[in-house]
Design a protein around this ligand. Structure first.
Ligand SMILES: Nc1ncnc2c1ncn2[C@@H]1O[C@H](COP(=O)(O)OP(=O)(O)OP(=O)(O)O)[C@@H](O)[C@H]1O
Length: 282
């Protein structure tokens, strides 16, 4: 049977690391785990246990998952997830449940798949990242107490005054140059909370879906949201998609998010897929 370790982020949405540990100890004798207070400590733990662990289980949201995954790229080690974030986009797409029993069964079965990941100017991402409105919202949202309600409230408050971003692509894609509300890079279909920004995306096709969203009238927002939550977003006057293994562009903002973590990224931007670079327990 695979040897496994849990990396628990006590800051992820549910804040119930103690309950989780109690359950873990009741099901597994002497489990190996790490309570992670920073990305740095996650990396140290993985390095320290790299040789004696086969499956690293991230207990947290997309940010935590991304930090664990980045240390496992192009290695034999498997990533598993016990979702404990607010959006849980990547774990929903990888079909992980919150049930520890079924996770332990998966570890026993030992099956895995290989999925793509990608980089934005060399910085790692596993799920959906982006710039423009979405990046600005994440950065404002991080100053709230988080949760889906705060995400929606922050979005509505900022929408009317938000100035679209100017984007200039490399020659090959120059017909897409323009002003965009947001540019999202989707490896999987959804941001989280079943908000499907790129319903056609596949996590293992060697391609990224670049969703180019134009600023639409506020009255169109309910329809946009409806389509996003029902997997019905399709190209129209406000949204277009590019399917690419890599792409370069310049944007007149540095405000980004990577897997829901607010960051600043300077232009020129180079996005590149890392095909089948991550092994996921299934
Ligand atoms: N490995 C890690 N160890 C400790 N803290 C981390 C780690 N990775 C990310 N964080 C921080 O933990 C907080 C919660 O991040 P995470 O994305 O896991 O949960 P979330 O935001 O509740 O969920 P989601 O991204 O699914 O909406 C963020 O402030 C993030 O910067």
């Amino acid at each position: 049977m695979y040897r496994f370790a849990f990396i628990i982020n006590p800051n992820s949405a549910k804040n119930n690391a103690d309950n989780f540990l109690r359950e873990l100890r009741s099901r597994v004798s002497d489990p190996l785990y790490h309570i992670s207070h920073s990305v740095h400590s996650t990396n140290d733990f993985i390095l320290e246990h790299f040789e004696d662990v086969d499956v690293f289980v991230a207990v947290g949201g997309d940010g935590t998952i991304s930090s664990v995954a980045s240390a496992l790229i192009n290695t034999k080690k498997l990533l598993a997830i016990l979702p404990a974030g607010s959006g849980n986009g990547f774990s929903r797409e990888m079909k992980f449940s919150k049930d520890l029993g079924s996770l332990l069964t998966k570890i026993l079965n030992g099956k895995f798949i290989e999925v793509d990941t990608f980089t934005v100017n060399g910085r790692f991402s596993v799920n959906v990242s982006g710039t423009g409105f979405d990046g600005a919202i994440i950065q404002a949202f991080e100053k709230t107490s988080r949760g889906f309600g705060n995400y929606i409230r922050t979005s509505v408050a900022k929408y009317r005054t938000y100035e679209p971003v100017n984007v200039r692509f490399e020659e090959k894609y120059s017909k897409y140059d323009g002003q965009y509300l947001m540019v999202n890079v989707a490896n999987t279909r959804q941001f989280g909370n079943n908000a499907f920004i790129a319903p056609q995306a596949s996590h293992s096709d060697g391609l990224l879906e670049i969703a180019l969203v134009k600023k639409f009238p506020f009255a169109h927002a309910p329809l946009f949201a409806y389509r996003m939550f029902t997997k019905k977003l399709i190209p129209n006057q406000y949204i277009s998609y590019l399917s690419v293994p890599e792409i370069r562009f310049e944007a007149d903002t540095e405000v980004w998010h990577l897997d829901g973590e607010g960051v600043n990224i300077k232009s020129p931007v180079h996005i590149k897929i890392l095909p089948k670079s991550l092994k996921i327990l299934v």
